[in-house]
Design a protein around this ligand. Sequence first.
Ligand code: K7E
Ligand code: CUA
Length: 653
Amino acid sequence: MRGKMKSKKFVLFLTLCIGLALLVVGADARRRRRGRIKRAKVTKSQLIEDALKVYVPPGDFDKYYLFLSGGHSGQIYVYGVPSMRHIRTIPVFSRYSATGWGYEYYSRKMMGPRFTWGDIHHPSLSETNGDYDGRWLFVNDNAHNRLARINLDDFKVHQILGPVPNVMGDHASVYVTPNTEYAHMASRFSVPIPTEVDLKNHTYKRGTYAPIEEYKTKYKGVLTFIHIDPKTGYMDLEKSFQILMPPWDFDLADAGKGPSYGWSFFTCYNSEAEFIKGKPLEVVASQRDKDYIVAVNWKKAEQAVKEGKYTVIGGMKVIDPTKVKGLVYAMPTKKSPHGVDVTPDGRYIVGNGKLAPVTVVHSFEKMIEAIKTGKIVRHDMGIPVLDENVTKVAEVPVGLGPLHTVFDDKGYAYTSLFVESAVAKWGWKDGLKDQWKMVDKVPIQYNIGHIAAPHGDTVKPRGEWVFALNKLSKGTHLKVGPDQPESCQLIDISGPKMRIIYQAWPEPEPHYAMCIDAKLVEPHVFEVYTKETNPEKEYAVYDPKDARVVRKDDHTVEVFACEIRSSIWPNVVEVNEGDTVIFHLTNIETMRDEIHGFGICGYDICGVPTPGETQTYVFKADVPGVWPFYCVNFCSALHQEMQGYLLVKPKKK
Ligand code: K7E
Ligand code: CUA
């Protein structure tokens, strides 16, 4: 009896348990489903077709490089397209122990003593005649107002310029001009100027103080044109200039091309030119229905500099456009526009109106006509404002929150819609029956910021793909904690309808990306550094017999070392406590990919010289004792044996 009762209760209990478990499982499955992308039903054959478009079998190469900005990670991430596989991280403004960047001496010097991070928003490939030439990639630093140049023969940074005086919050950057004559830098955050810099040591000397109540009068925006040497890519502040502007918040830039060559365009918000203590800028800067696209005739500005029509402020040549006429015009554009993008033919300037549901299109020809016929409606803080009824040729009703636009090879534009989480496709080209008409829209997961395409901002877009660079990825991946990866969705634009077919998870934070045909880069990528291309050749030793420790003076020891499978020469380095040690290390391997590393236990030294490359590490031998050094990169069967000792003899007491 009791047994029966027991078993009855047990069955009831079991049923309850199973029921509960089913409920939980059901809820969990529902929760999971909720997180997944809602997508239109696709047939299996369509899925297979999509998959084959992105599948690059092992051993085969991708067709394009995609350079994604890493935002406040201070790095650039290199992907292959269409596979969307990450192939390289290029550290720029932040230390990266994987390659020794910011640990070895020269990169550390370029980064300077003060800054340990940067904020990269807009990478920009060098151009010749308005199309990418595959030589260099320039990047901006929104935080510390610097630019860097990555050489695409070794995928490393070779120059960091700045901080640049006067410009603050360099966001409208880099967007090089069609023959890489100039890189743009502009103030997103106006400040009183000058801000003085110590260029050699890559740091600030001093800014200028003025109370926030004097924002309108004492705070200044500047538009900066950084000169680039066409042969070497060297950015030269001496040949650069700035244009003094009202304290508007300059947001993005693009260079004119074709007929608009010689002009640059900047969007701005806060044309109200106000910053009020305790009042949110989002309210203050949204009072006006329209802000501006500011057009700058940089060819004419160049001429003005030649004629000496500038003043030197903080070491920069600064032109005042209220004194030198004909350089700067403002075109009213609604509303708090974000991106500005010039069409491939250079005839139209597209403003993405952030708080308006339209993209606003100005005609360059009409702009020139307005200037020539004096269609100036007013001056705003000294800047002539052109009649929008003359310059504007279209408002394309794309949808909510347009931010950025890129182009394909068939006369269509693709605009990212942040608020709506969508991409809108519309026609822009003359003669197209769809000109100024939206023809397609695809939902994005979620909150798309920038948008990119192969050669999508050049005179010759390649079509095929559009990349949606999304701010949020919620629930479209396995859970990884309260934080979420960013998301980059690959959209097939080869047909009349856009199709999202793939997704990658880039590191924070891909603002913008550049996509280039691999054929333009691959042929000139180094396999190894030769004795000529080794950037620190004067300190190289190419034979273990020449490896040596040289005492330079009472406090300095210079080491000339080399690495080859599977030894480090010399394997014992003896110094005195308090010595400064200058350690040059050459990787004398002659085959691509045979990299070695270098680390000293207890001394925070880390490096990875690539084949044929010399790196230098400088440190003070401040802690006496015995400190092993070793190769940090697994390189051969006897990698573990690649080790040696740093002996630091204690000072006599
Ligand atoms: Cu993220 Cu170009 Cu800084 Cu737009 S910016 S989204
Ligand atoms: Cu060399 Cu590991």
